[in-house]
Design a protein. Structure first.
Length: 280
C-alpha cells in the first residue's frame, strides 16, 4: 500500500525537505482542492516510501516533522523483531506469549533399567480418541533416548504441593543419578508398562510412544529438537478430584509454566468461568 501525503507547499522549499523521501507524482493544479487564491498554492500528491500518514483528504497539510513524529510514535508502541536476528529484550518473550502451558513431567526408563524423571514446558494433549499427548525435547536428552529404547513413558501431573520437587528434577545431573531420589519422590510401578509413576502425583498417564519427529526450520534444515507423541493406554486419578464423576481441575491445583526465567501460575477456582458452544 502506498502512503500518500497531500501537502501545501512552495516547490523550492519542498524539494529541499523531500530529498530522498518523496517523489512528485503530478504537478497539475487541482483547482477544486485549492487552499488559497493568493498566492496561488495547490495540493500535490507525494509518495512517501516510509511514512505512516494515511489521513483523510481534508486539505490540511502535515509537515515532514509531524510525519516523522507520528512514525516514531507508532514504532514505540509496537516491539517488532525477527527471531533469527534476536529479540532485543532481557528474556525471550516467546515462552511467555505461548502460555501458560501445562507441564510435561515425564518419567522414562532406558533399556539398561536406568530411570529418568524430567519436566518439559512444551507439552499438551493432541487427540481425544485415542488420547494422545506429546512434548518436545530441546536437545537430545536422557528422556528422549530412554523412550527411543523402550517405546514407553509416563506423564505425571504437577500440582502446587509438588512444585518444588518438580523443580529439583530440572537439575543437570548425569544419567546414572535418579531424579526420584534427588527430589525425594516415590517411584510406583505402572500397570501396563515397565516405567515407574510418581506416587505423589494425583494423576498419571501411562503411554506408549507412537511417533518421534525431529523438527525442521523454514529452510528445511533439521534442528536439535524432537517432538515425542504417545498414546495414553492407562489413566490413574486420585478419587478426591472427582466431583460427581467430573474431574475438578481447580481442586487439583495444577501449576502451569509462564515465561521469564522462572514464572509459573497456579490454577484455582478464582480463574474458572464457563462458556458453552453455540448450538446449530
Amino acid at each position: 500500500m502506498v502512503w500518500v501525503e497531500l501537502a501545501c507547499f512552495d516547490l523550492k522549499k519542498r524539494r529541499r525537505e523531500a530529498v530522498n523521501e518523496a517523489t512528485i507524482l503530478q504537478s497539475k493544479p487541482m483547482n477544486a482542492l485549492a487552499l488559497h487564491s493568493k498566492p496561488r498554492v495547490f495540493l500535490r500528491q507525494i509518495v512517501w516510501p516510509r511514512t505512516v500518514y494515511n489521513g483523510p483528504l481534508t486539505g490540511q497539510a502535515k509537515t515532514s516533522r509531524q510525519l516523522t513524529e507520528q512514525r516514531t510514535t507508532m514504532t514505540d508502541e509496537i516491539h517488532s523483531y525477527e527471531p533469527k536476528n534476536g529479540h532485543g529484550l532481557p528474556h525471550d518473550p516467546f515462552n511467555a506469549i505461548v502460555g501458560p502451558r501445562p507441564i510435561g513431567w515425564i518419567s522414562s526408563k532406558g533399556a539398561t533399567g536406568q530411570v529418568n524423571l524430567a519436566p518439559y514446558s512444551f507439552f499438551n494433549g493432541f487427540n481425544y480418541i485415542p488420547p494422545i499427548i506429546g512434548f518436545s525435547s530441546n536437545g537430545y536428552k536422557d528422556t528422549l533416548r530412554n523412550i527411543e529404547e523402550t517405546k514407553s513413558f509416563v506423564w505425571n501431573l504437577v500440582t502446587r504441593p509438588l512444585a518444588e520437587q518438580m523443580n529439583q528434577t530440572c537439575a543437570p545431573v548425569p544419567p546414572q543419578v535418579s531424579e526420584f531420589d534427588l527430589a525425594g519422590l516415590t517411584p510406583m510401578a505402572s500397570t501396563l508398562i515397565d516405567v515407574p509413576r510418581v506416587k505423589e502425583s494425583p494423576v498419571t498417564f501411562e503411554c506408549k510412544c507412537t511417533q518421534i519427529h525431529q523438527l525442521m526450520n523454514s529452510a528445511g534444515e533439521k534442528i536439535p529438537t524432537w517432538m515425542v507423541f504417545g498414546e495414553v493406554i492407562a489413566v490413574h486419578i486420585d478419587k478426591r478430584l472427582l466431583k460427581d464423576g467430573i474431574y475438578n481441575t481447580s481442586s487439583a491445583q495444577h501449576i502451569v509454566r509462564g515465561g521469564g526465567p522462572g514464572d509459573y501460575f497456579n490454577i484455582g477456582a478464582d480463574q474458572l468461568f464457563q462458556m458453552f458452544r453455540p448450538k446449530a
